[in-house]
Design a protein around this ligand. Sequence first.
Ligand SMILES: C[S@@+](CC[C@H](N)C(=O)[O-])C[C@H]1O[C@@H](n2cnc3c(N)ncnc32)[C@H](O)[C@@H]1O
Length: 227
Amino acid sequence: MKPWRELARARADGGGVLSLHRRDDEVVVRVDGQELMSTRRHGSEDRLAEVGCAGLVAPRVLIGGLGLGFTLRATLALLDGAEADAGAGAGTVVVAEISPELVAWNRTLVGAGAAAALADPRVEIRVGDVADAMATPGRFDVILLDVDNSPHALTRPGNQVLYGTRGLATARAALGPGGRLAVWSASRHPDFERRLGAAGFAVEVHGARASGGRGSSHTIYLGRKPA
Ligand SMILES: C[S@@+](CC[C@H](N)C(=O)[O-])C[C@H]1O[C@@H](n2cnc3c(N)ncnc32)[C@H](O)[C@@H]1O
């Protein structure tokens, strides 16, 4: 088997080193040598978009963060489908990504699909904290949050606030009536489930496999704000 080739590296926002690697047609992002995201396994990242956007026509979507762009691409595919079915408007997608390097790598090094998604006219890239992108009340119909390994396994210490009472209230306020907050997690966390309910969301828990119905089983929390 061919060895991994490092394509680029940068300082990660929370300290540590972010690096991009390729072997044959597989690309991975690592933080301090630990895999954060791979092009081989993205079933649950795609599923995050499906759970969050199911049945919506032309939604205003916020995605945090970009990673290797699978949630973004799955969201755009769903918007394409809904647009064709309903002959409705296109919808919009804001992507908040804390790492400017990761945005640049998606444009240049990850692959043609990743670059095309960022160039889509429906997509706006905001380099910065997803918490700041939620500042305007009622701005979104859907928030897809995949910035950590779970509400307990954070990629940067500042992300803790996103999963607490204050962060969930901010997310709820950023959603319009009937809006949805979908959160990716490697596993179930009953305390987070309770907090989501206490923040005024109707809570659903969805399982999602890492690759094609196989691989690790991940969890997607869906919080629905009342209409
Ligand atoms: C697991 S990856 C996301 C994977 C993505 N769903 C995909 O389809 O490839 C997590 C991403 O969140 C970013 N991130 C971490 N904390 C963030 C924050 N507070 N705001 C915005 N982006 C953040 C990381 O730099 C990384 O790109």
